[in-house]
Design a protein around this ligand. Structure first.
Ligand code: GLY
Length: 295
């Protein structure tokens, strides 16, 4: 869809996160390489004048394909030892959005979420209904067993884990977009759906304000509708760093959970905040020769 003609050109910006659940001792170089590669996958499109929506999808796909992150190929397991993934995507010009929940037969849930947005009148499809839709529109079907990795089997046996991946972007046309994807929480009850499938909670974009993608305790994020609330703080304060910090305070104090989020505002200013020890992020803008990896 063509952007509104009246809007002045903007400086593009892209920020990605690899989840707020990593521990500082846990293979930091691999995390850095993963988020760097993801931000570049989106940046190649944005820098050429491409759409924010394409950039966030490309960035999240790169993270879903990387076994180190809790999404797609690296998804954590349910209590039954299966994979059930959630994802959502949103473009902020007309509040168009799409999402999938509890899917196990696709490699890239974020792309299926985008197909829901573009090819159906619905916002959210779940489980077998989402799989049937994927078959209808030609999204390749995979054997769910290929998503079950030894690393996640060990993790399930050891303890719960949280984390998610996401990206937010602003393009030259002033369109904001956000995408989020996750395997959820390790050991979750089959059928549990977290914030990453819920527009307003894990993901939100409104081009008049900006875009947000969240990570952390899904139930806590849902309780405070975190992504949308972060954009409300942005509207009040016109300061993305302040908005990100206050949103994380809200998550901890009222949501009673931990996590983090990334933000971009309508001018292309980027920010992030987290309550956990580590949240891998990577930022890219025309002012940067190389991705910035502040962790
Ligand atoms: N934030 C990811 C989840 O709780 O599912």
């Amino acid at each position: 869809m063509a952007p509104p003609r009246s809007r002045p050109r903007r400086v593009p910006a892209l920020i990605v996160h690899g989840g707020a659940g990593a521990t500082p001792t846990d293979g930091r170089e691999e995390l850095r390489e993963g988020v760097r590669r993801a931000v570049l996958a989106g940046w190649h499109l944005l820098a050429e004048g491409g759409r924010a929506l394409d950039a966030v999808e490309a960035a999240v796909r790169a993270l879903e394909d990387h076994p180190r992150f809790n999404a797609g190929q690296g998804s954590v397991l349910t209590a039954r030892g299966t994979v059930e993934m959630d994802a959502s995507i949103m473009e902020g010009d007309r509040l168009r959005c799409g999402a999938v929940a509890a899917v196990s037969r696709v490699s890239n849930p974020v792309t299926l979420a985008r197909r829901v947005m573009e090819d159906t009148p619905h916002v959210l499809l779940v489980a077998d209904g989402a799989h049937a839709f994927a078959r209808e529109v030609g999204v390749p079907e995979i054997d769910p067993a290929t998503l079950v990795t030894e690393r996640q089997r060990a993790r399930l046996a050891a303890a719960g884990a949280r984390g998610t991946v996401g990206a937010v972007a602003l393009d030259r046309h002033g369109t904001a977009a956000a995408a989020t994807s996750t395997g959820g929480i390790s050991g979750k009850r089959p059928g549990r759906v977290g914030d990453s499938a819920l527009v307003g909670c894990g993901t939100y974009a409104d081009s008049t304000l900006g875009a947000a993608s969240c990570t952390g305790d899904g139930e806590a994020i849902i309780r405070v509708v975190l992504a949308r609330r972060a954009l409300d703080y942005l509207k009040e304060a016109d300061d993305p760093h302040y908005a990100a910090k206050v949103a994380v305070d809200l998550l901890v104090e009222e949501g009673r959970g931990g996590g983090g989020l990334i933000l971009v505002d309508w001018r292309g200013r980027m920010a992030y905040a987290h309550s956990t020890p580590l949240m891998p992020v990577a930022l890219m803008s025309p002012a940067l020769a190389e991705p910035e990896l502040p962790f």
